[in-house]
Design a protein around this ligand. Structure first.
Ligand code: HEM
Length: 368
């Protein structure tokens, strides 16, 4: 199916199997007042619903003396499984929009983590819009037209494109590999299991403000990879860094990608097969804290000062509660993960992604 319905109990683009491309956009409001915000959300909802069906953002007037309503570059293209997922950043919950009292108590900017090297140009945003599609032109068209509809109300703060292998390159749809060459996403919770999604991903009304029930909190981290250093490290070191084999993706000591991870397995000399400071050992821990990862690789040209590629992972995860899930995980990783030698967190943002809406409603209506 080329089309993913925009309307529903939950927003699309969260438990939706990852499309080939992402174009992430963070916006800042320039207008103030809740009326302006509601008007923007209404316009974005209509546009997003139309684009998800492969339609332009509005009917053309045909007037030669006016700019066309839609920018036109996706005319005739399939919807390409386009999803557009909207979320509010912590900064939206302030006096500008009378939303101070609506902020979920546990929804704030992330604390600083060990080793963070955040650059302001990759951080924050009043509103986050995750656009994913199997075609980059379709994704670009969506962000461009949302930005255009926002003119006078909101401006782009930062954007980042991302990719993974396409379905054409991997018809069997195996787990995609990140730019360090390892399969990434193997141990994700099952999106087809409603019970698990309610436990890990969807905010419940008992969690806090009832308006977030059915929504999800998104963590975004732009994580640069020191690929030149990685490329000079040995295969043994690379596999010990993750705790999995590069080829098969199997846990060290096991055979197949989806074999159980046994963090106590030892080799003949009594050493742990999966090092205790490996990424998998630390991220898994006792298994009690889970998140849904939905990351993409990014390539942002090159660093003109060093001649090195600016490439890495646009890490995205969804969780029911940032401070019970993402934060403790990242605190552990930031402190001890072997992977830290090869990565640098340069961007950070969090968004409260609203529950889904229906044809008569609009995205974010739950705030008003
Ligand atoms: C697992 C790569 C950052 C959380 C993995 C795996 C790889 C990987 C290759 C093993 C395969 C899999 O289960 O998907 C990376 C890279 C990162 C990164 C390259 C940065 C550039 C993060 C961050 C978090 C995280 C920031 C969360 C704070 C996890 C979790 C698992 C995992 C929860 C599953 C562990 C398990 O239960 O076995 N990651 N990761 N990762 N990662 Fe990361």
């Amino acid at each position: 199916e080329e089309r993913i319905p925009f309307y529903g109990t939950h927003q699309a683009g969260i438990i939706t199997p990852a499309q080939n491309f992402i174009y992430f956009a963070a916006f800042d409001m320039t207008a103030t007042g809740s009326k302006a915000l509601q008007k923007l959300f209404r316009a974005w909802t209509a546009a997003a619903a139309a684009m998800s069906e492969g339609q332009p953002v509005g009917d053309e007037s045909g007037n030669y003396n006016l700019p066309p309503v839609d920018t036109g570059e996706s005319a005739g293209l399939s919807p390409s499984r386009l999803t557009i997922t909207f979320g509010a950043g912590p900064s939206l919950f302030d006096d500008r929009f009378g939303l101070g009292a609506k902020r979920p108590p546990s929804f704030t900017d992330l604390p600083a983590f060990n080793g963070d090297q955040l650059e302001p140009q990759w951080c924050g945003g009043d509103i986050g819009v995750q656009v994913c599609a199997d075609d980059m032109q379709v994704a670009f068209h969506a962000v461009r037209n949302l930005a255009r509809l926002a003119r006078g109300t909101a401006v782009l703060r930062w954007v980042q494109e991302g990719f993974q292998r396409t379905a054409a390159a991997d018809p069997k749809s195996g787990t995609p590999r990140n730019l360090l060459g390892f399969k990434d996403g193997t141990a994700n919770p099952a999106v087809t299991n409603d019970q698990e999604m309610n436990k890990v991903v969807w905010a419940q009304s008992s969690d806090g403000p009832s308006w977030m029930a059915g929504g999800s909190y998104m963590a975004v981290r732009r994580i640069r990879m020191r690929i030149e250093i990685w490329d000079r490290s040995t295969l043994k070191d690379q596999e010990d860094t993750f705790g999995r084999y590069r080829g098969s993706g199997a846990p060290l000591g096991a055979v197949n990608e989806f074999d159980p991870v046994d963090l106590t397995a030892k080799d003949k000399s009594g050493n742990l097969m999966i090092p205790a400071d490996s990424h998998v050992a630390l991220a898994r821990g006792d298994g009690s804290v889970q998140i849904l990862r939905r990351s993409y690789s990014y390539s942002g040209g090159m660093d003109l000062k060093t001649g090195q590629l600016d490439a890495g992972l646009l890490f995205i995860s969804f969780q029911r509660d940032l401070f019970k899930q993402f934060v403790p995980l990242q605190q552990k990783l930031a402190k001890n993960d072997r992977l830290n030698e090869y990565i640098l967190h340069v961007g950070s943002a969090v968004f409260a992604c609203f529950p889904g809406t229906s044809k008569n409603g609009y995205i974010g209506e739950v705030l008003f």
